[in-house]
Design a protein around this ligand. Sequence first.
Ligand SMILES: Cc1cc2nc3c(=O)[nH]c(=O)nc-3n(C[C@H](O)[C@H](O)[C@H](O)COP(=O)(O)OP(=O)(O)OC[C@H]3O[C@@H](n4cnc5c(N)ncnc54)[C@H](O)[C@@H]3O)c2cc1C
Length: 392
Amino acid sequence: MDFSLSPEQRALREEVIAFARSELGRNVADGDREARFPVGDWRRCAEFGVLGWPVPVEYGGQGLDPLTTIVALEALGYGCRDNGLVFAIGNHLWGCAVYLLEHGTEEQKARFLKPMCDGALIGAHALSEPEAGSDVLGMRTTAVRDGDHYVLRGEKWFVSNGPEADVFVVLARTGPPGRAQDALSAFLVTADLPGVDRSRRFGKLGLRTTPMGAVRFDEARVPASCLLGREGSGYSLFGGTIEWERAFMFAPHVGAMERLLETSVEYASGRDQFGRPIGSFQAVAHRIADVKIRLELARLILYRVGWLKARGRMALLDATIAKVFISESLVEAAATAVEVHGARGYLTDWGLERELRDALGGPIYAGTSAVQRGVLAELLGLRGAVSGAGGG
Ligand SMILES: Cc1cc2nc3c(=O)[nH]c(=O)nc-3n(C[C@H](O)[C@H](O)[C@H](O)COP(=O)(O)OP(=O)(O)OC[C@H]3O[C@@H](n4cnc5c(N)ncnc54)[C@H](O)[C@@H]3O)c2cc1C
């Protein structure tokens, strides 16, 4: 095993960090307070190539291999303090573009991928519903074939990027009600279609610069050419792409953890109480050391998923472990940073309370920690806990 980065990967990492520090997240405190999507930063990311990192060059992307994509995303999370912007990018890439890459026809790829890499189209993933969160197979949105169209009826909730998105990957029921896995299909639905309403916004605790909302389908007529894969394959498409989402969406978290760790070390070294740096107290030092342990283990499992995907191998087990461990570790890193900074950590001016609010979403989205543990238990042969479960 070789864990070292190539000279090219190291150079890319430095370049991304420099870009993210100087160009992104400059107004993150205001953006967070006003729950404002940073359109200018999104455009800068598009110009820098971020929105096309994993997309092959022939479709307008940068064509980075999976491991290099992870290195770049980790650097983005480290350099950019606007976790909401980074999360919006994650949804665009791993909730939408990856479906096209893995299952799109040449026509679909040609139509959507280039403008998604350019930043002209914003992508989103519309899976969850008011009555069907973890229980994906319980979804009620229907798509009924009518000539060369499908008619969509229903409502999706919690759709990240939703209120700003131009194209959604939507999972809907094309088969009878019930728990059959072949009853779902995936569609590419554009926001400009009559009957698609994405105007309802949700306010939320963290990641406030990522817009989130509901998407309603009121007899929306979606051309049959926008079906992804074949009719009835939606759940299996979701199962395949979720491997990417569970790991690659969380690559920036590893970078954010490193940033928070450095902040904690710096503060604990410079803040004196009782005549000595607080970092010399074992209680403080050990809390910080635990973050370092988590950071290194998080990186290892993440790189392992990248290594597996680079070889075209299945990574469900490792991606599920990565999702749980990295998301929970980021919460620990942010809570530690707040605690180490005392009252300053609690003040909005220092930005650490925002980091903690942002981190708290990770164990919920892309399938909750509890559901992921159920998935792991099933992969170990313990039957029954979460079949049909997921989460967007
Ligand atoms: C910041 C954020 C962004 C999101 N972005 C998107 C998006 O872009 N697109 C999208 O479609 N969705 C999105 N979601 C929704 C997310 O996928 C769901 O919140 C998640 O799947 C859980 O569904 P739920 O909220 O309905 O909770 P529920 O499924 O109702 O679960 C509630 C609680 O019960 C527990 N639970 C449920 N079933 C089980 C079980 N079988 N075993 C053990 N515990 C269980 C859960 O762990 C949780 O603690 C986002 C959510 C958040 C917080």
